[in-house]
Design a protein around this ligand. Structure first.
Ligand code: ADP
Ligand code: MG
Length: 709
């Protein structure tokens, strides 16, 4: 991918004023090629990058503390005279230096020291030290303090600002980064770093100009409110967060503009095929499903690509909506593909779509990793030929090299929580043919609040399915310690005697797939012994796709009473007769995952329950999470509480949701800025188009694409 280039005037070329900030970091005094290579590991390539390297925290070295006032845990500068220095051997050889300033004593402990250091640290020498005081065997001590001599000509005053602590990498010392930021700040003063955000946009949110913010962040004055810095709520940080959010917002809007300017096949269907399909369904669509479908169909009829996200809680019936959208493409004479995140889910969709579409005379192909050799080649040929295979279901394998679509017009992406802008763009490119791009329908069961959705998905249109099909009884959730396992086993027996089925979800063991698999096997074996009259299956990530599929199919057909599984069943699996779910070590799982898992039951008319087993003792956070699960079944509420519990600092699991990766901003913590960001983005696009290019280069960089590449 090459760097961003202007197209259709959307991303203007860089103005000369910005050139200085794009100077390579080697332009700073003392930075040679070797250091530049190391800095690149921190993402620093230009002088500007230095300024946008954010400190992790700050230290107060603006004044020395009397040693006598130190408490364990304090980080402080102290000054004192060496009373005693000796090398002792206690398990390890070490140098102990005792200093005093008249108010108290402090021990400096060195495990690594040179002969030169040893010669320097002798009785009578004055030292200024910085470090964290701890309680040691000899009273308060600092292990490996930063220190320098405080006597003679070398003596220097304490720093006149708080000291930033930066993220470092091997071979780049804190001191070096402090020098570099000082040099870069000096350039910023000289207006080499331009403020691309017009002052008018900063007035409402009440934020300072860029230069002030940068100086503040890198060199906070003594007495600055460190507490607000630590929570990321200082105006200087918010100024930078605002600018970063603005850059992302503008780039997504440009992307949106551009996508809308592309061509797509308008899929004008009469709806006959859809109507025939509906007639075979044992239910009518809910109002919310109808709305989402109507929105999608209206988009599909347009000659520009649809890019629509359908948010709907687990079990809200997104699959049927996708099926009807696919039929619109088929009726118009085109192909539709449905991409699922796992093979299990792809296979389940394949079964459903086949069952649904065969009576309509619409063939459905499955393309996944399991398909190899000649069979795969035949399928590939058919897909490439076009409408022999109007509907294709698969995993990411659908978009590998070598897969060609003859007449692709619609891409449906199911349950894609981890889907970012880049994947969206890659898919779009893959589907390109005859100068047209496919329509995209993206379905997610991870609901997020509206302002967040408007920010994170500014390039998408959003439909919400906020209603569950009628006749569902909410899942009853109970939380209990795993010491009460026997009771649960009895419950499973009772449920299965009554003709129902149960899931038993084994602990998630992130560190080791092997351990996870062993745990699942052990649980399976124990249940087989405890419940000799029941048929119990086992599904885990180690099984070959064929075996996994066979176990799932048997469970679905009711040939198995209990399915012991790892979290492979987390997403999308649909067996309406299953009404009991047991989740072991629920305290280790996140809320989104628990909610997804629980969504596997409560899909039929029978009253369902979910048992969350935990191993005591519970941390306060785990307790709070389980309490949320116990008291609500609404996905939007679960996600709202999830965000609250995560609190500032932990990004809205941007990693998990694929929402956005940002350097300074935090979508949750800074969510109060979002309305200003929305407004500012409009103003930037309308009135300051020249500022956009440099702003995007600063925050998003040439690595990522925005606008046309
Ligand atoms: P999800 O939104 O989690 O993907 P599914 O599409 O798997 O949900 O649907 C869950 C279950 O609800 C399926 O068994 C499906 O057939 C059924 N279903 C979907 N829509 C309706 C409806 N309008 N009325 C009754 N049942 C429905
Ligand atoms: Mg689904």
């Amino acid at each position: 991918m090459s760097g961003p280039a202007p197209s259709r005037g959307s991303v203007p070329p860089q103005r000369p004023g910005g050139a200085a900030e794009l100077r390579p970091v080697t332009a700073l005094k003392g930075v040679g090629d070797a250091l530049a290579v190391k800095l690149a590991k921190l993402g620093i390539e230009t002088v500007q990058d230095v300024l946008f390297l954010m400190p992790l925290r700050y230290e107060d070295r603006t004044h020395t503390r009397p040693i006598g006032t130190l408490r364990a845990g304090d980080r402080a500068v102290v000054e004192g005279e060496v009373q005693l220095a000796e090398v002792v051997i206690r398990r390890r050889r070490q140098l102990l230096v005792r200093i005093s300033d008249g108010s108290g004593f402090l021990t400096l402990r060195f495990f690594y020291f040179t002969a030169q250091q040893q010669a320097q640290l002798v009785r009578g020498v004055r030292l200024r030290c910085y470090g964290e005081a701890r309680r040691g065997t000899l009273g308060l001590e600092i292990v490996h303090p930063e220190y320098r001599r405080a006597d003679g000509v070398d003596a220097q005053d304490t720093s006149d600002s708080l000291t930033p602590v930066y993220p470092t990498t091997e071979g780049v010392q804190q001191g070096r980064l402090r020098i570099l930021t000082a040099l870069a700040l000096a350039e910023a003063e000289a207006a080499a770093v331009r403020d691309w955000v017009p002052a008018e946009l900063l007035a409402d949110p009440g934020l300072p100009p860029l230069a002030d913010a940068l100086r503040f962040v890198h060199r906070p004055p003594p007495g600055a409110d460190l507490a607000s810095f630590e929570t990321g709520r200082h105006p200087a940080q918010r100024r930078l967060a605002f600018e970063e959010l603005l850059a992302h917002q503008v780039s997504l809007r440009l992307l949106r503009r551009e996508i809308r300017a592309d061509l797509a096949w308008p899929l004008a269907a009469t709806g006959a095929l859809g109507a025939a399909f509906r007639a075979t369904l044992p239910f009518a669509l809910t109002g919310a499903q109808e709305r989402a479908l109507a929105e999608a169909l209206a988009d599909l009829a347009k000659p520009s690509p649809m890019l629509r996200l359908v948010q709907g809680d687990v079990g809200s019936g997104k699959t049927v909506v996708a099926a009807l959208a696919a039929l619109a493409a088929v009726e118009a004479g085109f192909q539709a593909v449905v991409m699922a995140p796992t093979e299990l889910l792809a296979e389940q969709h394949h079964q459903n779509f086949e069952r649904w579409f065969r009576p309509l005379g619409v063939p459905v192909a499955l393309l996944c990793g399991r398909l190899t050799g000649r069979a795969r080649q035949l399928t590939l040929n058919a897909i490439a030929a076009g409408t022999d295979v109007p509907v294709v279901i698969g995993t990411h394998a659908l978009f590998q090299e070598g897969v060609k679509f003859g007449r692709l017009a619609l891409v449906v992406i199911d349950e894609q929580h981890r889907f970012g802008v880049h994947q969206r763009m890659a898919l779009r490119d893959k589907g390109r043919g005859h100068g047209r791009y496919p329509h995209q329908l993206i379905m997610t069961a991870t609901p997020i609040p509206r302002t967040l959705a408007m920010t994170a998905y500014a390039d998408l249109d959003v439909s919400v399915i906020d209603e569950l099909p009628p006749g569902r009884t909410p899942v009853r959730t109970v939380v209990m310690p795993d010491s009460r396992r026997d009771e649960i086993v009895a419950r499973i027996e009772a449920a299965c005697r009554g003709g129902r089925q149960a899931y038993w979800v084994c602990p998630l063991i992130e560190e080791s797939e092997e351990l996870e698999y062993q745990a699942a096997e052990a649980t399976h074996a124990a249940l087989v012994v405890a419940l000799p009259d029941l048929k119990i299956g086992l599904a885990h990530g180690r099984l070959t796709p064929t075996k996994k599929q066979a176990v799932m199919a048997a469970f679905k057909r009711g040939e198995l009473d209990v399915l012991v599984a790892t979290t492979v069943i987390e997403v999308g699996v649909d067996v309406p007769n299953a009404s009991l779910m047991v989740i072991e070590n629920a305290e280790r799982m996140g809320l989104a995952q628990l909610h997804q898992l629980r969504g596997r039951v409560g899909r039929g008319a029978a009253e369902s329950s979910c048992v969350l087993l935990y191993r005591a003792p519970l941390s306060p956070l785990a307790r709070a999470r389980l309490e949320v699960m116990r008291t609500t079944t609404d996905g939007f509420e679960v996600s709202r509480r999830d965000l609250e519990l995560r609190g500032p600092g932990e990004l809205l699991g941007t990693r998990q949701t694929g929402l956005m990766q940002m350097k300074v901003a935090d979508l949750i913590r800074d969510s109060d800025l979002l309305p200003y960001v929305q407004q500012a983005a409009e103003v930037m696009l309308a009135r300051h188009p020249d500022n956009i290019g440099p702003l995007l280069r600063r925050w998003i960089g040439a690595r990522d694409r925005y606008g046309k590449v």
